[in-house]
Design a protein around this ligand. Structure first.
Ligand code: KG4
Ligand code: ZN
Length: 332
């Protein structure tokens, strides 16, 4: 079966549309809402309004790029949750309207599962099971992936997500929101061992990041009392050290899960998997342990509709459709 599907993603601050045909991504258009940077975080009402503003042109551009028309579509897929309610409603209502007017099925996709489906875009037939570190702005999870659609949660953060740890520490260094990519860029010129921060201690496969954020906050404030220019003078080393602490902690938990489950492969997914140091660390780890390594292209790490389309391809094959009376959900 080679279904042609249109997929929409509007769960947070990216308005995105993708077209997939026979499991191949033909277009992935992403409109990032820059407006939130000035508020140092996503403002839900502005996100909804901007999705409404962009969605028609983003869908049109995806169709144009794919050279498909609405009448070529076999189903419409949309992120059903988790995410911001108002933001999700824009994509869901748009998707329902299209599915209804074209008389084709509607597919509801879980955003977190879609981040994992991103692994299969450029690697459709990996060896299973794969231990996946799903690291985004809202979630940090270790997942055992046993097939394209069989995902088992092994552990997750008990407080902040890894992306929040990046964004909140970036904010206290005076960097723009979202800060993860800025830490990544500045860390390239810094010494990762310049400052040592305590690693969080949580048993098993769970994570914690709130203590780390607090200890960095106290450390930076103390140093600033002695030298108000401390952050500016040490910005590269601070970024490199923070990044090293977060990524080493993530890697250690991944190693623990590998030892426990003996997988065939390892993977990272979600926005933080765009981090260049984490990508290197995970590749090296896989090579050392003789495991297949799956890392999505950067455009498939942060929020995008191609991952929704990939997840929808498998859902379509299994005929997992939802009714036009389905509503979005906000929590994972
Ligand atoms: O998956 P995503 O786009 O949205 C959610 O579903 O949350 O993840 C966004 C998160 C943000 O916290 C952002 O700072 C982080 O991914 N991020 C990065 C990098 N690029 C994005 N963190 C570290 N290094 C990066 N290069
Ligand atoms: Zn996401």
């Amino acid at each position: 079966m080679s279904p042609t599907l249109l997929a929409l993603e509007t769960s947070c601050d990216e308005t995105s549309a993708s077209v997939i045909s026979g499991g191949k991504i033909l277009a992935n258009i992403i409109a990032t809402q820059e407006i939130h940077a000035q508020y140092a975080g996503v403002v839900p009402e502005l996100a909804s309004r901007n999705h409404d503003l962009y969605i028609t042109s983003v869908v049109q551009e995806a169709l144009n790029q794919s050279t498909k028309s609405l009448h070529n579509l076999d189903a419409i897929a949309v992120t059903q949750g988790p995410g911001l309610l108002g933001a999700l409603l824009v994509g869901n209502t748009f998707a329902k309207g299209l599915a209804w007017s074209l008389s084709i099925p509607l597919i509801g996709i879980n955003h977190l599962q879609a981040h994992i489906s991103a692994l299969f875009i450029d690697n459709p037939n990996p060896s299973f099971p794969i231990i996946t570190l799903l690291v985004s702005g809202g979630h940090t999870q270790l997942i055992k992936v046993s097939s394209h659609t069989d995902f088992e949660l092994l552990g997750q953060t008990i407080d902040d997500a890894a992306g929040e740890a990046y964004d909140k520490t970036a904010k206290l260094l005076g960097l723009p929101y979202p800060g993860g990519q800025h830490i990544d860029r500045l860390a390239k010129m810094g010494n990762p061992l310049a400052f040592i921060f305590p690693e969080p201690k949580v048993p098993g496969f769970d994570f914690s990041f709130s203590g780390l954020k607090t200890s960095i906050l106290y450390f930076v404030n103390n140093q600033k009392q002695q030298n108000p220019e401390f952050v500016n003078q040490n910005l590269h080393d601070l970024c490199a050290s923070i990044q090293h602490t977060i990524n080493s902690y993530l890697s250690k938990k991944l190693i623990k899960a590998i030892q426990h489950t003996q997988p065939k492969g390892i993977a990272i997914a979600g926005g933080v998997s765009a981090n260049s140091d984490l990508r290197t660390k995970i590749s090296q780890l896989g090579n050392q342990m003789g495991l297949e390594v799956l890392i999505p292209k950067s455009e498939y790490c942060t929020d995008n509709a191609a991952m929704i389309a990939m997840a929808a391809h498998f859902a379509y094959t299994e005929k997992r459709f939802i009714g036009l009376d389905s509503i979005p959900f906000t929590r994972g």
